[in-house]
Ligand binder design. Structure first.
Ligand SMILES: Nc1ncnc2c1ncn2[C@@H]1O[C@H](COP(=O)(O)OP(=O)(O)OP(=O)(O)O)[C@@H](O)[C@H]1O
Ligand SMILES: O=P(O)(O)OC[C@H]1O[C@H](OP(=O)(O)OP(=O)(O)O)[C@H](O)[C@@H]1O
Ligand SMILES: O=C(O)c1cccnc1
Ligand SMILES: [Mg+2]
Length: 495
């Protein structure tokens, strides 16, 4: 197989779990394949013990759904699958159904760069049961990862307090596709640029970088190496100063900086990649300032994450630019978001939505039934609460109460007259037709920044953040409780 050619071209319809296909087949056999269903995609806990999550990956979802069809090579593969008795796994009629299937669902979703919270749907799929079911795995695959990395990047860039964060992760990312998706999500979360040139070309992310120790080591002396680099890049000279002796490295950078200045050019900065970054950055700052280079930037890298960046800030390190790789693109301290995709309603033959509930031993895992949306309320430009409500349910001027989906004693009164509001789920596809224009990546990144500003800083702190209120609108809460009690009664009767 030619990885670069075969893996990313052609249909991605088989990028799903086998059980989605077996269920699809069984739905088809049971004559339920085209029955309408509604599924919601949501997560139950913020990643990194944080207080917020940044949604990312929708553009991939849009692309996936637009191209969601079974091509001849997919059907041929499925036709060759055998059941344990040697007979074909799937009947020809089902394979014909798949090859004629055209994406026809409604999709509503939060836009990329939206700040999202546990239990509230990030995306909703309404459509034929078979299509909804087959989409579960790819949608989770896409949104879980990009949302996780965008959130990590937002945490890291918040810790850097507005200073540039350069994403350096490609070499240690989770494979080729993981690296590309991570670079995209990291930029959405707030990184300034990527070192991944292919991500630059594919997504329009700014590309930047310095140079490695190998460059220095290939010369007789460090000074020669800096001079040769300045010669090649007179306007972009950032010298890595720690190959031999960091202090001497800074002095050599200053020498070349003076030479550049005599030619009317400026030293852009230095990079430190080892040792005590607080100590060496402060020493370097002093030397650079004394030598007349107060504007030369100090870039730091080496196993950085949001905690180390915060610590270096507290230590008053003189670092202006942060290079972050491994811990960002691998989401080092939490490798998966854990979003799920759950059925919450099915349409009866009479065209009525029947809300569905899965009763779990853990109340945390009881889903939210029905066809619902999320409304964010604002007061004075600040987000105050998110309300999950049944679509079509009006909230009149008397207001309503929102009730925490896990702990019903936690409630908040909503008085719409005093608040502004926004519906978070936006139409993306209607009956399979795209009705949403994906913004360019710069606008998505800006959206993240703007959205973060609407949340109080107590929700954004890295450790033990204050919990933002998200609740079920009263009527939805009661519907859910009734369904749970009914399901339990049935369970008790049958025991
Ligand atoms: N002032 C500081 N406070 C807290 N952590 C720091 C500070 N300076 C550096 N670190 C971190 O300490 C670790 C030091 O890494 P390590 O022990 O591998 O040494 P190194 O300096 O990278 O060595 P090498 O010369 O082999 O590259 C890194 O994770 C780095 O980010
Ligand atoms: O530490 P990270 O957050 O992953 O950031 C990327 C790291 O990758 C490079 O080191 P590497 O050891 O690969 O090569 P170099 O130091 O020789 O450039 C770079 O110097 C950083 O230390
Ligand atoms: O450009 C850099 O300095 C860079 C790129 C990738 C990894 N580490 C550093
Ligand atoms: Mg290193």
């Amino acid at each position: 197989m030619k990885i670069t050619k075969d893996l990313y071209t052609g249909s991605l319809a088989l990028l799903t779990d086998f059980y989605q296909l077996t269920m699809a087949y069984a739905y088809w056999k049971a004559g339920k394949g085209d029955q309408e269903a509604v599924f919601n995609l949501f997560f139950r806990k913020h990643p990194f013990n944080g207080g917020f999550t940044v949604a990312a990956g929708l553009e991939y979802v849009v692309d996936y759904c637009r191209n969601f069809r079974f091509e001849k090579q997919d059907i041929d593969y499925l036709a060759g699958m055998k059941a344990p008795d040697g007979s074909p796994q799937f009947e020809k009629g089902f394979l014909d159904y798949l090859s004629e299937m055209r994406f026809s669902c409604d999709i509503e979703a939060v836009e990329e760069g939206t700040i999202v919270f546990p239990n509230a749907p990030m995306l909703r799929v309404k459509g034929p049961l078979i299509q909804c079911q087959l989409l579960e795995t790819p949608l989770l695959n896409i949104l879980n990862f990009q949302t996780l990395i965008a959130t990590k990047a937002a945490r890291i860039t918040l810790a850097a307090k507005g200073e540039p964060v350069l994403e350096f992760g490609l070499r240690r990312a989770q494979g080729i596709d993981g690296a590309l998706a991570a670079s995209r999500a990291a930029f959405i979360g707030g990184c300034t640029s990527t070192s991944n040139v292919m991500a630059g070309r594919l997504f329009g992310i700014p590309v930047s970088g310095t140079h490695a120790h190998s460059w220095i080591m290939s010369f007789e002396t460090e000074l020669e190496a800096f001079e040769a680099y300045a010669d090649a890049f007179p306007y972009q000279s950032v010298f890595l100063v720690d190959t031999y002796d960091t202090i001497q490295g800074v002095k050599n950078a200053i020498k070349v900086g003076e030479k550049l200045r005599s030619m009317g050019k400026e030293l852009i900065g230095i990079r430190i990649d080892s040792g005590d970054l607080a100590y060496f950055s402060n020493q370097a700052r002093e030397l650079l300032d004394q030598a007349g280079f107060p504007n030369a930037k100090i870039v730091a890298s080496n196993d950085l994450d949001e905690y180390l960046i915060s610590s270096l800030k507290t230590q008053e390190a003189s670092i202006n630019v942060w290079g972050v790789g491994t811990k960002l693109v691998t989401a080092f301290d939490q490798p998966a978001l854990g979003a799920v995709y759950k059925l919450s309603g099915i349409k009866s033959p009479e065209g009525e939505w029947i809300p569905k509930i899965k009763v779990s031993q853990q109340s945390l895992k009881i889903n939210i039934p029905g066809v619902h949306n999320v409304r964010r309320y604002f007061s004075g430009g600040k987000a105050v609460a998110d309300m999950i409500y049944l679509e079509g349910q009006e909230v009149d001027s008397k207001g309503t109460v929102i009730i925490d989906p896990i702990d019903a004693t936690r409630r908040k009164r909503i008085m719409p007259a005093f608040y502004q509001s926004e519906e978070l789920l936006k139409p993306i596809f209607e009956k399979g037709k795209k009705v949403y224009k994906c913004p360019d990546i710069q606008s998505i990144r800006k959206r993240t920044q703007d959205q973060l500003k609407t949340f109080d800083k107590t929700h954004k702190r890295l450790v033990n953040p204050h919990v933002y209120p998200v609740g079920l609108e009263e009527n939805l809460h009661h519907l859910r409780m009734d369904l749970v009690l009914k399901a339990k009664e049935i369970e008790d009767e049958s025991n």
